[in-house]
Design a protein around this ligand. Structure first.
Ligand SMILES: C[C@](O)(CO)[C@H](O)COP(=O)(O)OP(=O)(O)OC[C@H]1O[C@@H](n2ccc(N)nc2=O)[C@H](O)[C@@H]1O
Ligand SMILES: Nc1ncnc2c1ncn2[C@@H]1O[C@H](COP(=O)(O)OP(=O)(O)OP(=O)(O)O)[C@@H](O)[C@H]1O
Length: 321
């Protein structure tokens, strides 16, 4: 048998510090103005070369599909479609899930990002990070950011990334009811049905200037540039809270509790239902976690205390057998 090579990568979750829905696009998606941030809650993905053209996946989380609908396998398919000469390559993928599923933390997207970065190494494709990011946008709007990591401004569907100084010295408490998930298409559809008066339809060729006129992210971007944690906390914004919070009283209640414990700011991430609180120290994050736990002793409520990170995908180890 030939030699087997494995790469193990860590794929980070993201939170949205700012999420504004600018308008509806002709392709059915929404035009966005977002600020994305990687947080140090990671899945572990191991990719191992297989001698035959077999692609298989296992995951320790029962809610994650292991068939071709898994975003990691979709990433393999996308690479093979793009480079037909890869059709005879095989790979075994193992996902150790730590990021909650359907949480608004881009868990599946970050797994797809890790798969693209890992296969580029395993199959020696020589693609640049920018090429990987561009390719990944075909698979999902959040994936280019998951590859880039750190702190970034995201526009278009979320796939156009502008760099901004990366934040690292901030801490975050994440809270999610395990049994509650929110579907991203549902969140956008419901927003469109109820709040489309808040935006005007935007054509594909609208200039950047036209788009920017509708954006209110300025104060958040300034706060990040100044690395001003208090200002970042006070300018958190997420339009999707308007649809998710009224639909889930428990999440609204969780948000209210978390906001009352003196962190820098509290908000729902992405399409939810994860709620996060920012703090300036690890101790403050741990303290808030314990207060939430004491106020809401429901075993279905899962809590994490973690920090901002400048890396989206990290190579943990390489093994040759
Ligand atoms: C909510 C966020 O996580 C915030 O970062 C993202 O906007 C969602 O990103 P994602 O999960 O990668 O989304 P995709 O897989 O590209 O799209 C899922 C669905 O969300 C809706 N969608 C997504 C992105 C966008 N800009 N407009 C949309 O309307 C569409 O209904 C789409 O069918
Ligand atoms: N590798 C994967 N990990 C988790 N979920 C996956 C994966 N591949 C496909 N899925 C499917 O995608 C759905 C959404 O999962 P995910 O955890 O990525 O949601 P999310 O955090 O809300 O994503 P986003 O923030 O990007 O909208 C899951 O319910 C699951 O059926």
């Amino acid at each position: 048998m030939g030699s087997m090579t494995s790469y193990t990568l860590l794929s980070a979750a993201k939170i949205n510090l700012y999420l504004e829905i600018i308008g509806h696009r002709p392709d059915g998606f929404h035009e966005m103005a977002m600020v994305m941030q990687s947080v140090n809650l990671c899945d572990r993905i191991t990719l191992t070369n297989l001698p035959a053209a077999i692609r298989r996946l296992q995951c320790d989380h029962p809610q994650v599909p292991t068939d071709n609908s898994n975003l990691a396998l979709k990433a393999v398919d996308l690479l093979t479609y793009k480079f037909p000469e890869l059709a005879n390559r095989g790979v075994d993928i193992t996902i150790e899930k730590n990021i909650p599923v359907g949480a608004g933390l881009a868990g599946g997207s970050s797994n797809a990002a890790a798969t693209l970065v890992g296969l580029n190494l395993l199959w020696k494709l020589g693609l640049t990070q920018i090429e990987l990011e561009e390719l990944s946008a075909q698979l999902g709007s959040d994936i280019p950011f998951c590859i880039r990591g750190g702190t970034a401004i995201a526009t278009g569907r979320g796939e156009i990334l502008d760099p901004i100084s990366s934040l690292t010295d901030l801490y975050v408490v994440l809270a999610k009811y395990e049994s509650l998930s929110v579907s991203t298409p549902w969140a956008y559809k419901t927003y469109r049905a109820n709040f489309s008066d808040r935006y005007a339809d935007i054509s594909d060729n609208a200039t950047l200037q036209e788009r920017q006129k509708r954006v209110h992210a300025g104060p958040m971007v300034t706060a990040i540039t100044h690395k001003d944690g208090a200002a970042i906390g006070s300018h958190l914004h997420n339009d999707l809270e308007r649809v998710v919070l009224p639909a889930h009283d428990k999440v609204q209640q969780l948000r209210d509790y978390m906001a009352s414990y003196g962190g820098l700011g509290t908000m729902m991430s992405g399409s939810g239902p994860t709620v996060f609180t920012l703090t300036s120290t690890q101790d403050a994050a741990d303290e808030i976690l314990h207060k939430v736990r004491a106020a809401l002793p429901d075993p279905d409520l899962k809590l994490w205390s973690t920090c901002f990170t400048a890396t989206g995908i990290r190579l943990e180890s390489e093994t040759k057998n």
